[in-house]
Design a binder for this molecule. Structure first.
Ligand code: BTN
Length: 264
């Protein structure tokens, strides 16, 4: 059940984005909701209605935020939860997670001065703790372009909220930086980087190289859970489709497209 709230009310903290964001399309159509179930649902509905590419659905608070593998994603007030509607070519789908992860890393580093890394496939960490998660959902389509929704959650200030159900400890930018963080500046930087990288996508080699260099998973002993399958080994490398190559204890190499990784 979706809960829609009044858009662009006077207390919309992102109102200034209309005049400050210099993007061509990402964030030009910005829909703010003080409280929603999940920005993914609204963004998907917008995509089905043919919303312009780059439409951003942003929430003050989510009551039913979701993560990968049917996990819950908690978004108390003062944190960032947004979803972006894109219509990429089918062949670009594997790179969406790379551009989303890199956008988050770049915006965190430029606004807070903290250093962030990527845990394959799409967790953003600071000092081994989870600061941000990315969820990508796309429609199945025979057309050349596929409606896709890129969902990004960033913990800015978790307050007393207790994050459960994650294999990783969670943290927030304000905890790590020890100071207040400007959420609006963070969103401007995030959307700017996302558009820049998306426009660069036809040259995905450069994006892949930067994404690969930011992975904290490579060379480590990991357990990968992919549905019912659980595999343990050394995360040797990733390929350009974003899959991880795992060297198992018997020396064989297995290629895994998606899954959850636990660092050992
Ligand atoms: C994960 O780490 O498993 C992914 C978390 C993705 C959370 C974001 S917050 C904005 C968007 N709305 C949701 O319900 N989920 C994504």
């Amino acid at each position: 059940m979706l809960s829609f709230s009044v858009m662009n009310t006077a207390d919309n903290p992102y109102k200034s984005l209309e005049s400050t964001l210099g993007n061509r399309f990402v964030g030009r159509n910005l829909l703010y909701f003080p409280g929603v179930t999940s920005t993914m649902d609204i963004a998907r509905q917008e995509a089905r209605r043919g919303a312009p590419e780059g439409t951003v659905v942003i929430a003050g608070e989510q009551t039913l935020g979701r993560g990968r593998s049917h996990r819950t994603w908690l978004t108390p007030p003062d944190n960032i939860a947004l979803s972006v509607v894109l219509y990429p070519e089918v062949s670009w789908l594997p790179y969406l997670v790379m551009i989303a992860s890199l956008s988050v890393v770049r915006c965190i580093e430029s606004i807070t001065g903290l250093t962030a890394g990527i845990k394959w496939p799409n967790d953003i960490l600071i000092d081994g703790k989870k600061i941000s998660g990315i969820l990508i959902e796309n429609e199945i389509s025979r057309d050349k372009k596929v409606p896709a929704v890129v969902g990004i959650g960033i913990n800015v200030d978790l307050g007393e909220a207790v994050i459960e159900g994650s294999a990783l400890p969670a943290t927030s930018l304000e905890t790590e930086a020890g100071k207040a963080i400007d959420k609006v500046a963070l969103v401007i930087s995030l959307l700017t980087e996302l558009e820049r990288l998306y426009l660069q996508l036809p040259e995905y080699h450069t994006i892949f190289k930067e994404w690969q260099s930011r992975l904290v998973t490579l060379g480590k002993r990991v357990v990968v859970t992919d549905g019912d399958k659980v595999m343990e080994g050394i995360a040797e490398s990733v390929d350009e489709a974003g899959a991880i190559l795992l060297v198992l204890d018997d020396g064989s190499v297995t290629r895994i497209i998606g899954g959850d990784v636990t660092l050992r």
